[in-house]
Design a protein around this ligand. Structure first.
Ligand code: F6P
Length: 323
C-alpha cells in the first residue's frame, strides 16, 4: 500500500481534525501518502482531492469542524455515483480509504467496500454517540461540554425567575447526549426516546417536582417527538397555574467549537489505529475504543446492531434528579 485517502462525511464533530492530523502523521511515519478528499463522498465522486502533508495538519488539533469539509451526498446512495467514486480512487492509485462519520456515512462505507472489494476503515465521529463498537464517538464529549455550559447559564435565569425551562438537545434518535448532559447539569428531568413517556405522565411528574421547587430544568432529547416545544410549554403552563414556562432549542451550537481534550485524544488514538489497521490488511471495519482498548468491529455489525442506552446510568439519573 502506497497511498490512502481520508474523508469526513455527514455532520461535523469536534475532534475530526485531531483525527485527520493523526492519520496524516501516522501515514507519514510509515512512508504512506495521504489524499484528503474534500466534501465527503461527493468530493470523491467529483475527484476533489489533494495530498495532505504533516505541515498542512499543523495547528489543527483543537479546531472544531473539519478542515476537509463535509457533506451528505445523495449521489453516493446510487450505484452510479459509487462507481464514479471508485474510478477516481483507482485513477489516483489510492489503495485504501478511511471514512470519518456517523451511522449514515459508515453505512455508505460498508456498501462501497463490499461492492468494490476495496479496503475501507471507518472511524466513529458523531455528537449523537449512537454507534455500536465504541464507548464514545469523536465529538460527543465536546458537545456534552457545550450543552452543560449552556444549561448552567440557563439555570441562572430559571432560578432567578423561578421558571420551568425545557432545553432541547440534539441526538437524532438517540438520547445519549441528553442523558449525560442532563446528569452533569443536574437537570430535574431528562426526557429521552429510550424511555418513552406520554405527555400527560410528563406533566404529572412536573407537577410533583413543582410542589417542591419552582425552578426546574427539563432536558428534552430531540428524538422524543412529544410535539412542538411551544405547544408542550403551553400545556405545562395550563396544567400548572402560576407556572412560568420557557423553552430553548440549543441547535447547532452543540456541533461547533473547540474539541475538548478527550476528543482530541480519542481522535489521535483512533486515527493512528485506522492507518495501522488498513496497512495490516484489515478491511470493512470500524476502529473503536471499548473499555479503553482499541477494537476493530466489522462495519456490517456497526450498522446492524443497536448501541442502546446504558440502562444503569438511566436509572441512576432518575433517582438523583429526584422525580
Ligand atoms: O448527527 C448529528 C446531528 O447533529 C443530529 O444530532 C441532528 O439531528 C442532525 O445531525 C442535524 O443535521 P443537520 O446539521 O443536517 O441539520
Amino acid at each position: 500500500m502506497k497511498n490512502i485517502a481520508v474523508l469526513t462525511s455527514g455532520g461535523d464533530a469536534p475532534g475530526m481534525n485531531a483525527c485527520i492530523r493523526s492519520i496524516v502523521r501516522t501515514a507519514s511515519y510509515k512512508n504512506i501518502e495521504v489524499y484528503g478528499i474534500q466534501y465527503g463522498y461527493q468530493g470523491l465522486i467529483e475527484n476533489n482531492l489533494k495530498i495532505i502533508t504533516n505541515k498542512d495538519v499543523g495547528n489543527t488539533i483543537h479546531i472544531g469542524g473539519t478542515i476537509l469539509k463535509t457533506a451528505r451526498s445523495d449521489e453516493f446512495r446510487l450505484k452510479k455515483g459509487r462507481d464514479k467514486a471508485y474510478q477516481n480512487l483507482k485513477k489516483n492509485n489510492i489503495d485504501g480509504l478511511i471514512v470519518l462519520g456517523g451511522d449514515g456515512s459508515l453505512t455508505g462505507a460498508k456498501i462501497f467496500g463490499d461492492e468494490n472489494k476495496f479496503p475501507v476503515i471507518g472511524i466513529p465521529c458523531t455528537i449523537d454517540n449512537d454507534l455500536y463498537g465504541s464507548d464514545y464517538s469523536i465529538g460527543f464529549a465536546s458537545a456534552r461540554e457545550t450543552v452543560v455550559d449552556a444549561v448552567d447559564k440557563i439555570r441562572d435565569t430559571a432560578a432567578s425567575h423561578e421558571r420551568i425551562f425545557i432545553v432541547e438537545v440534539m441526538g437524532r434518535e438517540s438520547g445519549y447526549l441528553a442523558l449525560e448532559s442532563g446528569i452533569a447539569s443536574g437537570a430535574e428531568m431528562i426526557l429521552i426516546p429510550e424511555n418513552k413517556k406520554e405527555i400527560k405522565d410528563v406533566i404529572t411528574d412536573i407537577k410533583k417536582i413543582n410542589e417542591e421547587k419552582k425552578s426546574i430544568i427539563i432536558i428534552y432529547a430531540e428524538g422524543c417527538k412529544l410535539g412542538r416545544l411551544d405547544k408542550i410549554s403551553k400545556k405545562i403552563s395550563k396544567s400548572i397555574p402560576g407556572s412560568n414556562v420557557r423553552y430553548s432549542i440549543l441547535g447547532h451550537i452543540q456541533r461547533g467549537g473547540t474539541a475538548v481534550p478527550s476528543d482530541r485524544i480519542l481522535g489521535t488514538i483512533l486515527g493512528y489505529k485506522s492507518v495501522d489497521s488498513i496497512l495490516n490488511g484489515e478491511k470493512n471495519m470500524m476502529v473503536g475504543l471499548v473499555e479503553n482498548k482499541c477494537l476493530l468491529t466489522p462495519l456490517k455489525e456497526i450498522i446492524n446492531k443497536e448501541r442502546g442506552i446504558n440502562k444503569e446510568i438511566m436509572n441512576i439519573s432518575k433517582i438523583i434528579s429526584n422525580y
